[in-house]
Design a protein around this ligand. Structure first.
Ligand code: GTR
Length: 436
């Protein structure tokens, strides 16, 4: 034993030295390691960062006009595909639609509802997604429509008993008795404000995001990334859950283009939180969306990744490894190495109207980071002579600012509420409806 210790250079003094060194190491590295795992909510600790130049081509030349922007836009899409969301398949497979139900007296006669099954292959069988569309009952001309995915199945967006129950929602599938299932109706109605939207002359279209891919790390195995692998000629790892959800939004748009009661030039894609991330990515890829709204989309959505505030790339990748492509994980704790930041995603919406919204208690989503991201997308809007936020600092709570690019921070929690919808209605009216 003595020899062994000697050979190892370990005597009591040696052990004491080692433990001393370990303690020093821990004291020095501990806070550093911790800092990476901790979440910063202190503005003074954010630190300096430099955003990648949105208007500089990879050749180093500055974008000088719309033509150059087209080139830069293509480059930026590719950077987001390679590093963040993966591909957004172009091929539409054999999309076809079946209207399963029409209710001409929905919402006590104020609306017409249509429930449409969107099939992704030639056959009339899975994989498909079910969409619910509400239109104002007294439509005399095609109406503008807000579209967005929902978290809990179509039956969750309103208490309307005509809405078909989701076939895919795991919680819903647990219930067997019809009565219990009814309980789940309208569970998220406060997030949809259908009555208000219908009353103001808008249509609303929604579908359950789980119809595309269930939201857990293994969800891709049963979702469209697997079932459409051959049809779309793309491997599951080449895209991500967010891309799959975004792609679904485009398929809803495919249907809306065919509905003569819908004004296909006035379809506004919206989304809350993770579905806001999907809405932004859908809007970036599919220019048929006339305007894009990000509601509290946060990290990997509207918020700047380089700002150390609230959720981090490391955390989002740890909690939700399926949301992004594998390469995104190489930027955990190293946002500086990312060739993009989220202002560039917002810039891809230009010159179309863009609304970014935050909430005061939603620090996890970094409201200031969302504001600054919209701010830094402005130069691209300027290329098209479109006005952005028009302010340099965040506006007062509950006040929206800007024209083509707009922003507000609502009092309250991470959510999408009547206050937000009323702002979105004004935004759509001012940017899309009046300007033909
Ligand atoms: C959180 C996630 C956020 C946001 C949110 C949501 O847990 O960290 O990025 O997407 O979920 O979708 O509700």
């Amino acid at each position: 034993m003595r020899n062994y210790k000697k050979a190892m250079g370990l005597n009591m003094g040696g052990i004491a030295k080692i433990s001393f060194c370990l303690t020093v190491l821990l004291l020095c590295w501990g806070p550093l390691l911790q800092a990476q795992e901790e979440f910063n909510y202190d503005e003074s600790k954010v630190g300096a960062y430099t955003l990648p130049a949105v208007l500089e081509l990879s050749s180093g030349r500055l974008v000088s006009g719309n033509k150059d922007w087209k080139k830069r836009r293509t480059e930026i899409i590719k950077l987001f595909e390679d590093n963040v969301y993966g591909k957004f398949p172009k091929k539409r497979s054999n999309i076809h639609f079946e209207t399963l139900k029409i209710d001409r007296h929905a919402l006590s006669g104020r609306a017409i509802s249509k429930q449409v099954r969107i099939y992704f292959t030639k056959e009339k069988k899975q994989p498909y997604m079910d969409m619910i569309l509400y239109l104002p009952a007294k439509v005399t001309k095609p109406v503008p429509v807000f579209i967005g995915l929902n978290f809990k199945g179509n039956q969750s967006i309103d208490g309307d008993s005509a809405i078909m129950l989701s076939e895919k929602h795991p919680e819903l599938l647990k219930y067997t008795k019809a009565k219990e299932q009814q309980l789940i109706r309208g569970e998220q109605a406060e997030r949809w404000e259908i009555d208000t939207l219908i009353g103001r002359g808008f249509g609303v279209a929604s579908a359950y995001y789980g119809d595309l891919e269930l939201d857990y790390p293994e969800g891709w195995k049963t979702g469209i990334r697997t079932t459409l692998k051959e049809t779309l000629a793309i491997q599951p790892q080449e895209w991500s859950a967010i891309s799959a959800w975004a792609w679904g939004l485009s398929r809803m748009m495919d249907y809306l283009e065919t509905d003569h009661q819908v004004n296909k030039k006035q379809v506004i894609v919206t989304g809350h939180s993770r579905l806001g991330k999907a809405a932004l990515w859908a809007g970036a890829n599919d220019t048929r969306f006339a305007a894009v709204i990000s509601n509290n989309s946060g990290e990997g959505g509207a918020a700047l990744s380089r700002r150390w505030f609230g959720e981090t790339i490391n955390r989002i990748n740890t909690n939700f490894p399926h949301w992004f492509v594998d390469r995104y994980k190489t930027y955990n704790n190293n946002a500086t190495a990312l060739p993009v930041d989220q202002h560039m995603l917002l810039a891809l919406i230009a010159p179309r109207p863009l609304y970014v919204a935050s909430a005061t208690e939603d620090l996890w989503a970094d409201p200031r980071g969302e504001f600054l991201s919209a701010k830094n997308a402005e130069p691209v809007y300027s290329l098209f002579h479109k006005k952005g936020l028009g302010v340099v600092d965040m506006p007062a709570t509950d006040t929206s600012v800007g024209e083509t690019v707009r922003y507000h921070i609502r009092t309250g929690k991470h959510n999408i509420l009547l206050f937000d919808w009323l702002r979105y209605i004004d935004f759509a009216n001012e940017n899309l409806i009046k300007i033909k």
